[in-house]
Every structure is written in C-alpha cells, then in structure tokens.
Design a protein around this ligand. Sequence first.
Ligand SMILES: Cc1ncc(COP(=O)(O)O)c(C=O)c1O
Length: 456
Amino acid sequence: MPTNMSIDSDANDLSRDATNEADTTSQLDDAVQTSRLAEPASGSSRDRESRVSQVESPAQARERLQDTGFSTQSVHAGEKRQKAEGSISAPIFTASTFTFESTDSLMRFVDGKEERDEYGRYGTPNERTCEAKLAALEGAEEAIIYSSGMAAIVGLLMSRLSAGDEIVFFDQCYHRSREFCSKHLSRFGVVTRQVPTGDFDAMEAAINSNTKMLVSESPTNPHLTAVDLEKFVALGKSTEVETLIDATLATPFNLRPIEYGVDFVLHSATKYLGGHNDLLAGVLCGRKEALEPVRSLRGILGSVNSAHNMYLLERGLKTFELRMQRHNENGQRIAEFLDQHPRVERVYYPGLASHPTHEIADSQMAGFGGLITFLVKDADWKETSRIVDAAKIPRIAPSLGGVESLIEQPLVMSYYHCSPQEREQFGIYDNMIRMSCGIENADDLIADLRQALDAR
Ligand SMILES: Cc1ncc(COP(=O)(O)O)c(C=O)c1O
C-alpha cells in the first residue's frame, strides 16, 4: 500500500511538471535498462532463487547455512527456502499416503532412483523438516523423530540389541527408562546392569564380551548429576561398545555430546525442544549409517508423529535459543535463591558450586537449564506437599522444559508406588521437590517460592 501510494504521487508530480517529463522518462528507461542488464540471461533473480530452492537437497541446505549461528540454524535449517504457495511458515501435510503419477514413477522410487515420501509410517515432510533441523542443532549427520522420548529409547534399544546382549547403565535416570531396561528388555533375553552414576570403574567392571551399549543421562533426572563425557566415550571406545547419552535435561544448546564422540544422543523433545508443554516427541541423533537400521525398525514399530505435532515442534524450535537463555538464567537465579533459604536443606543444580559434579558440568555445558531439585529442611512428606500446594505460579504436573513453570514432589508424582527401599535406592526422599523453571520473570518465581517456603 505505501509503495503504491508513492508511485501514484510520483505520477502526479510527473504530469504536473511536463517540462521534466522527457528527462524523467529517460531516467526510467535507464533504470529499467540497467536492471535488465543486471539480470542473468536465464531469467530474473527471483525466478532463479525459486528454481534453485525448490530442488535444494538437505546437504545443499546445510551448506547454505554453514557457519551460521545456533539461532539462525534453529529458525532456518531443514526448511525449503521456497515453500508451497510462497508460504513463509511450514505447510502442514496431513497425508497418510503419497501418490505416484505412474508405475514408472513408482519404479523409480522402489529402485532407489528418486527420494520422496511413500507412506506416513516411513516418514512425512513435516517430520523430515524437524529431523533436519534437529540434526543441524545437534551437529549430527542424522536425526530420527519418534512419537515420544520413550519411543526413541525403546526404538534404539530394540534395534541394536538381541537376546544374549547386555547393556550397562548409570543408575540415576528417568524412572521409565530404568523400568524399560530392567523389566522389559529382560523378557527378550537382554541383560541390563546398573552401576552407580559416574562410577567408571564399576561401569568398566560390568562390561564383558556381550556388552553392546553404555547408557547414561547427563545431567540426570532428577539429581542433575553431570557425567564426564570424555571418560564415558573413552570407555566405550576402548571396549568397542557403543554409547548413548540421554541429554534431554541439557538440550543441544547446553551440551554437545556428538562433539565428544558419543554414538547416539537422545532427547525427549516433549521437553525443551518443543518447549510449550503442548506436544510429545522424541529424537535420536547420530551417524547416518548407524541410524539406518534404527529408522527401518521405526517404520515397522510405527512410533511416528502427526503433521500437526511436527508443525508445533518446528514452530517451537524457532525460539529455542531465546527460551534456553531464559531457562538457564531463571534456573541459576532460582537455584541460588533456594541455596540461601533457611528452610532448604540441599539444592541439586549443576550450576551451583555445591553440586558434586559442578566442575564437570561447568567444563561441558554452556548453561545448566531450568530444572532444580531441592530438599526441604526438617520436613516430612506432608509438610513438603504444603509447600508445593502453596506455590501460586508453577503448576503441579510432571514434565519439564516448557515455558510454564511446573512443580512436583517426586515421592507422590512418580515414585508413589515404589517401596521405601526402592525410593532409598533411587535417592528419592520424602522432602524432595522438583521444579522446572519456565520463562516467567525470575523475580516473580522467587517471590512466589519465598512465600510458599515461608508459609506455615
Ligand atoms: C531424561 C528423560 N528422558 C526421557 C524421557 C521420556 O520422554 P517422553 O515423556 O517424551 O516419552 C523423560 C520424560 O520425562 C525424561 O525426563
């Protein structure tokens, strides 16, 4: 509109000043001529851009964005430069199946001469965009998206392990991952061995000729223990055993396991990657060749996503760096506040010097995220629940990594059905609270926690 208005007023000026008409016309001719001369022989630059971008491969897209910053990657990586109908946002392809123009074109596909979509269980355009974006953010050759973080863990382990194989894992971890390994893999003849988190001597002692994978989180949920990735990878390489890090709590913004040589990196994308508490997804990153059989099994397991879900993930990823900066900032400030509060017995946060693995975390991580676990001094489970209930901003819910702060008492939320002995073994105490700091203002969250802790 403003452009048209200025053209109109220019035109009026021209008609008013007839003496200048010839000069102006020749200036316009010159301008047109100059721009024609500037055009390449094959067409306008806009045509050329659209033709090039329509056929841009993921590798070309990667090259185009090479050496760009983290946020530039999270906004642009994996996306076609020119999308359908010129839309700037991702079109949502809801198709469950993809059509072939002719038997010839089908044969080109089955002969591997043409890469394209076939059937939704094997992958979809929206899923592929997210996979390329996440691979770029992780610095990995390839990423595979699953319907949840647990589906990603199950998908990887089912693909890599057979009866008689063994895995060794550090014992502090998301309780459902532990449950899958100890209760379910065993039914398929896979032996799982748990060793204390960070005890590399114990991990080495547990490795034998059947061991196929070393598994750890970093930092761990809910104790926020950072695992020394140099030692983890060195042990895997010296024993020729593959390594898996679940870096959900760190995210690729704070930790780069692939750069340490970890074979597989896993995230529950439900958490910080999606970031808005409105989707479930998981992602597995690693080398292309190692992930090929894993992708193939996913196509059979069917743990895939709807296009709408993938649109939400793609959209969430656009603001990933900004959100992580705020999560890191809020996590650090709130952990420092809790550390100084007289009603708090202990704070588990890797950004605090008092955390046993602070030095490891500090050397490996760019920031420490928004998850904080703490113990209330001299409080039984009821007194602890009262503090959770008194908080007015965070909502009581499982999960973490979203823009809304969440708070919970692990005893009641996730470990209610465990025996006291099991809870003791997993380090879950009656007076433990876990808080996922969202992106609200830290001052508000601190004031809210202060009133909740001070309420009697
Ligand atoms: C560290 C970690 N890994 C994996 C998962 C499983 O992810 P999802 O809930 O997306 O299946 C969770 C869930 O809380 C988690 O905290």
